[in-house]
Design a protein around this ligand. Structure first.
Ligand code: PEP
Ligand code: MG
Length: 588
């Protein structure tokens, strides 16, 4: 895919987090399939054993360091999740079998250790014991770390960096992204991923420019190479020429100028030109982002993805731990509202809960509300914590992945039980707590009239709605082109849900990434969306877009879009309209 001039080498991926960065490259996270295979001689055995021992020691130290960092940042209890990982580095059965394999097969230690660990995981996964099955995740994680040390690619969240770098990686999981060194990581590029993959969403909320879907890029670049990353257009340029650097310098200055202009509307209302207020709120993944919610000019939190509290954990967080986090969100959003979404673990999110990692088809499996109804104790702990937090601010509660009325009713029944328990225990909570459901499965959109009678609001999760409507894996870079939010089928579902909401007197928002696609804002407003919830970095641009639009015109645009059959024609129609109303936003 690369094209060359005498100096520039350019690759085109998907820009998923805006911004321009230029720095040295650090290549990390090569694919497991890339584990080298070599035959060795008997006399090489001692040096392979020495390398293995050094990697085990380094992995142990790395785990202790991470444990300490987490203890300092979030607390000792959270840090104990790495105890089980530490046990794996000391597991004699695993280590001895690798050493025997080394002597027997005469292959390099990375290869032998990987094979032994895989066999070990396979046997554990087949034992009908949830505890042992859970150990598979720890062993896989530790194996990956040991192999990275053997290959000189250890991962510490890039905290070892002593100067700015751009990270080139096969993929970054949400837990990796959470550990990232925000001071010295200027940008990242991954081989896998899409606009709606979790690492892309995290990059936007951390304000780090990023590109995804550049297959093979890890082997095309070497640590120390110099690159320029354009997170707006998805271009990655190695060895940029002086001409390119000057050109990008100008682009960056222009963008900074526009950012300043956007700053000036931060404290204004997100009203359309004809005076309709559109609630503009922010999506967050962790309470640490609360300061940027206020700075962005958002009206509270439209989606708090609570999964982060459950990630990197051996055990689910306790009611007290969750209560503390939700209370903080409630207090910091006291002027507005905070929508706390109940647990949405599964599929693209790391899950250390029994049964989850072993599902053959996790996106259609026991995830989100299904998992919560399947494990009512886990769910009730979270519901109680959210209810208790509602005493400290305007909290709203939202269920993810509702596919039928029965799920909603069962969730509400458990919520009623929690209300009763808390009342008996003397805990305060908001008696009028508003309950909403996400519309992210086509069936939910189609029965929105039934659902609307039993909730106070809807929020459309377009990331999943597009995925499930079009049968396109939202994280698979090979089919990114088929992931079309402006597909007529998606638009019909949004229109159906919006009509059902309004006929039943409730409001409807969009909290998927589509809400932050500024060219699609006119379409969403025209379809009747009352609230947009976007990553904090997108709030100023979306506010500017809303303020530049006329609702009446948006309705006409939505009507016209609904007569069109072709997603690209609809996209173009929206782009043309948005391009006339706020051309400057397309330059940033
Ligand atoms: C969505 O599906 O659009 C959504 C907001 O939820 P998540 O991205 O967390 O699945
Ligand atoms: Mg979703």
């Amino acid at each position: 895919m690369g094209s060359s001039t005498p100096t520039d080498t350019t690759w085109q991926g998907w820009g998923v987090s805006p911004g321009i960065a230029e720095a040295e490259v650090a290549v990390h996270w090569k694919n497991e399939e890339e584990i080298p295979f070599r035959t060795i001689q008997t006399e090489d055995i001692p040096s392979e054993i020495a390398r293995f021992e050094a990697a085990l020691i380094a992995t142990r130290q790395e785990l202790l360091d991470i444990q300490q960092k987490i203890a300092e940042a979030i607390g000792i209890e959270d840090a104990s999740i790495f105890d089980a990982h530490l046990l794996v580095v000391e597991d004699r059965t695993l280590i001895d079998e690798a050493l025997r394999g080394l002597e027997r097969d005469l292959h390099n230690i990375e290869f032998v250790f990987h094979q032994v660990a895989e066999k070990y995981c396979h046997s554990l996964a087949n034992i009908d014991d949830p505890y042992l099955q859970e150990r598979v995740v720890d062993i896989e994680d530790v194996t990956r770390r040991v192999i990275r040390h053997l290959l000189g690619q250890s991962f510490d969240g890039f905290h070892h960096l002593d100067r700015p770098h751009i990270i080139i990686a096969n993929n970054l999981t949400p837990s990796d992204t959470a550990l990232i060194n925000r001071d010295l990581v200027r940008g990242f590029v991954t081989e896998q991923g899409s606009r709606t993959s979790h690492s892309a969403i995290m990059a936007r909320s951390l304000g780090i420019p990023a590109i995804v879907a550049l297959p093979g890029i890890c082997s095309k670049l070497t640590t120390g190479d110099h690159v320029l990353l354009d997170g707006y257009t998805g271009k990655l340029i190695a060895n940029p020429s002086e001409h390119t650097r000057v050109e990008y310098g100008q682009i960056e200055r222009q963008k900074i100028e526009i950012e300043h202009q956007l700053d000036s509307i931060r404290d204004t209302r997100s009203d359309t030109r004809d005076g309709r207020h559109i609630i503009l709120s922010a999506n967050i993944e962790m309470p640490e982002e609360l300061p940027s919610v206020a700075e962005s000019g958002a009206e509270g939190v439209g989606l708090f993805r609570t999964e982060f509290l459950f990630l990197n954990k051996e055990e689910a967080p306790t009611e007290e731990e969750q209560y503390k986090a939700y209370k903080l969100v409630a207090e910091k959003c006291a002027l507005h509202a905070a929508i706390i979404r109940t647990l949405d673990i599964g599929g693209d999110k790391l899950a250390h809960l029994p049964d989850m990692t072993l599902e053959p088809n996790p996106f259609l499996g026991c995830r989100a509300i299904r998992l919560c109804l399947y494990q009512p104790a886990l769910f009730k702990t979270q519901l109680r914590a959210i209810l208790r937090a509602s005493a400290h601010g305007r909290v709203r509660l939202m269920y993810p992945m509702i596919s039928c009325l029965d799920e909603l009713r069962r969730a509400n029944a458990l919520l009623s039980e929690c209300r009763e328990e808390l009342t008996n225990e003397g805990h305060a909570f908001d008696l009028a707590l508003e309950i909403g459901t996400m519309i992210e499965i086509p069936s939910a959109a189609l029965i929105a009239d039934h659902l609307a009678r039993e909730v106070n609001f809807f929020s459309i999760g377009t990331n999943d709605l597009v995925q499930y409507t079009l049968a396109v894996d939202r994280g698979n870079e090979r089919i990114t082109g088929l992931y079309q939010p402006a597909h007529p089928a998606v638009i019909r579902l949004i229109a159906t849900a919006a009509d059902a909401a309004h006929k039943n007197g409730i409001w409807i928002g969009v909290c998927g990434e589509m809400a932050g696609e500024i060219h699609l804002v006119p379409l969403l407003l025209g379809l009747g969306i009352d609230e947009l919830s976007v990553g904090t970095a997108s709030v100023p641009r979306v506010k500017k877009a809303v303020q530049s639009l006329d609702l009446q015109e948006c309705r006409q645009l939505a009507e016209q879009a609904q007569t069109m059959a072709n997603p690209s024609d609809i996209e173009q129609l929206c782009r043309d309209h948005a391009g006339q109303r706020y051309p400057e936003l397309f330059d940033c």
